[in-house]
Design a binder for this molecule. Structure first.
Ligand code: MG
Length: 367
């Protein structure tokens, strides 16, 4: 099987809530998503998707995804997409960094491997653990009352895990956390995600002020060193996200006992192959995981579901259903949330069929 043609599409996915805001007054209204279709000489075609959260969250942006794919595509024509290790090695050789670009290619190749094997990706990744995935809902940064109302609205949709966006004014963040925590019900999980937004002195103040609440704190500060400083000063369980961008940082942070949970995003680390390596290390080291991506629609959500459901349940802290944040249905067959849960598709490959009317015409094709 050889890659014969790579088509790249741009898709706007408007956010269901109108906008999404996090630390530093950053906000977006629409996911600018990039879809890759890899067609082979056998007639089989696989799909991948990558979607940075705007241009100011991670070192990634949507136009960069398309530029990177234009750079990589000519080097992949003629390659066997089922040989994930060879494909990833080639991508490393021809484009330094830019893991979010490679994620879309890697995802499409996993889709093709599954289609060729007539097995769902979850099976190829080790098999299905349990019947459904524990979803969490990110609560956009807003005033404390509106954030508490948002939690109540998403509870009504079945969520039991909530991640509130803080990392703003420390005094307001203390009220945000206290207000939301006061409305929680038994068995619910609360995470306060600062998304790198606090300086160490601010994080220290906030975490001391809410130290009596049962919650997790995620990525308090921008640098690893500042997060480690705060980790050593708080009793609260710690999640690291933005600074854990690969194996090196994961192992360093584990050696430092810097976190209890890590957040693994497909685009942040370079796709399913790279995320699987981190996932397997985390399972071995006893670190729980949130498995998700920075954004995207049905294809990204299917990829997340396959990786998450092939993860032992005890190691899975939470999962994001990215596609339920947007109004556009990009593909048929994608996981759909039911009562705060979803599961990986059972059809071969990623199990999704993108809708031609949503994809439109490719922005470019390499053959
Ligand atoms: Mg996070």
């Amino acid at each position: 099987m050889q890659i014969a043609r790579i088509e790249v599409f741009q898709v706007d996915l408007p956010l269901r809530e109108g906008s999404y805001s996090w630390s530093g007054n950053k906000s977006i209204r629409t996911y600018d998503s990039t879809v890759v279709r890899i067609a082979t000489d056998t007639g089989l075609a696989g799909f991948g998707e990558t979607c940075p959260l705007g241009a100011a969250y991670l070192p990634a942006h949507a136009a960069g995804a398309r530029a990177g794919l234009a750079e990589l595509a000519p080097h992949l024509i003629g390659q066997d997409p089922r040989e994930l290790g060879v494909v990833n090695r080639l991508m490393e050789r021809h484009l330094k960094g830019h893991p979010y670009v490679k994620s879309a290619i890697d995802m499409a190749c996993w889709d093709l491997l599954g289609l060729a094997a007539d097995m769902p990706v979850v099976t190829l990744l080790g098999g299905r653990h349990g019947t459904s995935l524990p979803l969490y809902r990110a609560i956009s940064q807003d005033n404390p009352q509106r954030m508490a109302q948002s939690v109540a609205a998403f509870r009504a949709e079945g969520y039991r895990r909530f991640q509130i966006k803080v990392g703003g004014d420390p005094d307001v963040d203390i009220v945000r956390i206290r207000t939301v925590a006061a409305g929680l019900e038994a068995g619910e999980v609360l995470v306060a995600d600062a998304n790198t937004g606090w300086l160490a002195h601010q994080a220290a103040r906030v975490l001391r002020a809410i130290d009596d609440i049962d919650l997790y704190v995620e990525q308090p500060c921008a640098t690893y060193e500042a997060c480690l400083n705060i980790r050593r000063r708080t009793r609260l369980p710690m999640v690291l996200d933005e600074v854990i961008d690969g194996v090196g940082m994961l192992l360093r942070a584990h050696a430092d006992q810097a976190m209890d949970v890590v957040n693994i995003k497909l685009g942040k680390v370079g796709g399913i192959t790279a995320a699987r390596q981190l996932r397997d290390l985390c399972v071995s080291m006893g670190i729980a995981m949130t498995i998700e991506d920075s954004g995207g629609g049905d294809i990204v959500t299917a990829a997340i579901a396959h990786l998450a459901q092939s993860t032992p349940q005890a190691s899975l802290f939470s999962v994001s259903d990215c596609n339920s944040y947007v109004t556009t249905e990009l593909a048929e067959g994608a996981p759909r949330r039911i009562e705060g849960q979803m599961s990986a598709p059972t059809a071969p490959g990623l199990g999704v069929k993108p809708r031609p009317d949503v994809l439109g015409k490719p922005v470019f094709t390499t053959a």
